[in-house]
Design a protein around this ligand. Structure first.
Ligand SMILES: *Cc1c(COP(=O)(O)O)cnc(C)c1O
Length: 500
């Protein structure tokens, strides 16, 4: 399998090079040049495989230039009981006859980013070896909170790499901040930026595609890459769990083999739902992809009108990992749906960066609407969903997952479609416990409590154990305290690499 850029200037790139580069040098994103098909025979065999076996079946065709042994080493280093708290890795919880919760938060940082970021460093190290790279890889990350910690954890002490993470100053939760500023490892550099996630992401993209700066880096023995979902190596591991969930549902006799499912995903940068789109293209029987947004509902509007307009007020919500107005991976979807029309994509992306708005053709919108359905959950709806689900089923949702479930319920109500639906559960309820407690507990119980006190209160109430990595967090030593302005991001990189 070879890869090409959505902006048209690069093609025939091997997967190791695409993963090593992260973003294409023309500013585009790498996509596979061909479609991968998973035959139904393989899907049916997956029922009797563990998560690693399933991952191997899905990853290998995308990583043709890796040997089977290399792929399996990466998988075994990532999806094991040292890193995940269940051998199922991504278990499915049946909530009702139609709603099935795919729990993607059993990894070390309690959010779904671990599903990809536990394996990406291994794929990256092998990519470096395979391509004969002699430079040190500098991973630049922009994060709304979860990617940053998951990437730091994945890349800590990985030989031949440094990792620099930019997160919004005062824009992440207490737990997320503590997770990042207490990060151990001698190659890790979290930095707070005075701005929001979009500012951090734009800044990082600018550095990654700054050809002059890249030349200087090259002379100094460094090469940039990305651990955001713009990197194909982030996306492909995310395809695995949709197949895995389907196999588990059939195995549990919740589903007949071949029966269609819907997939509902709480969406920010459009990475997770794009992975579901690829799963569908590969042959997984998916009827609709339900795109769930919070009050930053730029994607709801786009899918329903064909106009992408980021010129709106950025809202800080209780699902902060979805507080995003520029969803990078949409570029990949549009590229696929326009039949790989890189000129059109380049035009729209230029309009987005200069005017903050673009409009797609009716014919493309029709195609999108055949596959996607979109709506959003208000802050009030999100709290109500957590409470209702807890009262009715005794199951505790985090705020992001609640957005997904809420929008799924709106879908079901509007369309009367009773197709069984997988709802991607993207974080442990303990990770966003301030809002979760507010949804289910009386105010007297939680007033004046910080997030670490709330961990215990929530655990007592729900009788769920506090995830080990969050329990110890409060007493860890703070090791990082840098804050910079939006325009200083490049300078910070230069300082860390000592190339001013
Ligand atoms: C990153 C994240 C999302 C959004 O996922 P995208 O791939 O960016 O769409 C949703 N929920 C949580 C908890 C996340 O960390």
């Amino acid at each position: 399998m070879l890869y090409k850029s959505t902006r048209g200037r690069l093609k025939d790139t091997k997967s190791a090079d695409a993963i090593k580069m992260g973003i294409a040098t023309d500013g585009g994103l790498f996509v596979p040049q061909k479609n991968v098909k998973i035959e139904s025979e393989i899907l049916s065999q997956m029922m009797n495989m563990d998560y690693s076996g399933r991952a191997s079946a899905i990853l290998k065709p995308f990583l043709e230039d890796y040997t089977q042994k290399e792929v399996d080493e990466c998988i075994n280093n990532a999806y094991n009981l040292d890193k995940f708290d269940t051998k199922d890795i991504a278990p499915v919880h049946k909530l009702s006859d139609t709603a099935y919760i795919l729990e993607l938060w059993h990894g070390p940082t309690c959010a779904f980013k671990d599903m990809a970021l536990q394996i990406l460093p291994h794929l990256m190290v092998k990519a470096v070896q395979k391509t004969g790279e002699t430079k040190e890889i500098v991973i630049l990350v922009a994060t709304s909170g979860d990617t940053g910690k998951a990437a730091l954890e994945g890349f800590k002490n990985v030989k031949g790499t440094k990792i620099i993470v930019f997160y919004p100053y005062k824009g992440v939760s207490q737990i997320q901040e503590m997770q990042m500023i207490t990060q151990e490892g001698d190659n890790v550099f979290p930095i707070a930026v005075e701005g929001n996630f979009d500012d951090a992401q734009s800044g990082v993209k600018k550095i990654l595609t700054d050809s002059e700066f890249n030349k200087i880096m090259d002379e100094k023995g460094y090469r940039f890459s990305s651990a955001n979902s713009i990197n194909w190596g982030r996306l492909v591991p995310q395809i695995v769990y949709y197949f895995s969930a389907y196999a588990d549902m059939v195995k549990n006799q919740w589903l007949k083999f071949g029966e269609e499912v819907n997939v509902a995903v709480p969406t920010g940068n459009f990475g997770n739902i794009l992975a579901a789109f690829y799963a569908m293209k590969m042959g997984l029987p998916i009827r609709k992809l339900i795109c769930a947004s919070n009050e930053n509902n730029v994607l709801t509007e786009f899918i329903n009108t064909g106009v992408y307009n980021k010129n709106r007020i950025f809202k800080k919500t209780m699902s902060p990992s979805m507080d995003i107005l520029i969803s990078s991976n949409l570029e990949r979807l549009l590229y696929e749906l326009t039949g790989h029309d890189s000129q059109l994509i380049t035009k729209w992306m230029k309009q987005l960066s200069s005017e903050g708005i673009y409009k797609i053709d009716e014919s493309i919108r029709t195609k999108i609407n055949e596959i996607f359905w979109a709506d959003y959950s208000s802050e009030e709806d999100t709290l109500a969903s957590i409470k209702k689900t807890y009262d009715k089923y005794g199951y505790l949702l985090d705020t992001h997952t609640a957005v997904g479930l809420n929008v799924y319920e709106k879908y079901k109500e509007t369309t009367k479609d009773n197709t069984k639906t997988i709802i991607a559960s993207t974080a442990s309820p303990f990770k966003f416990n301030a809002s979760v407690s507010r949804a289910i507990l009386e105010i007297e119980k939680i007033e004046d409590k910080n997030e670490f006190e709330l961990l215990h209160i929530l655990s007592d109430e729900s009788t769920m154990p506090i995830p080990a990595s969050l329990k110890d967090l409060e007493n860890k030593r703070i090791k990082h305290n840098k804050v910079c302005s939006k325009v200083e991001m490049k300078l910070q990189v230069e300082k860390i690499l000592r190339i001013e």
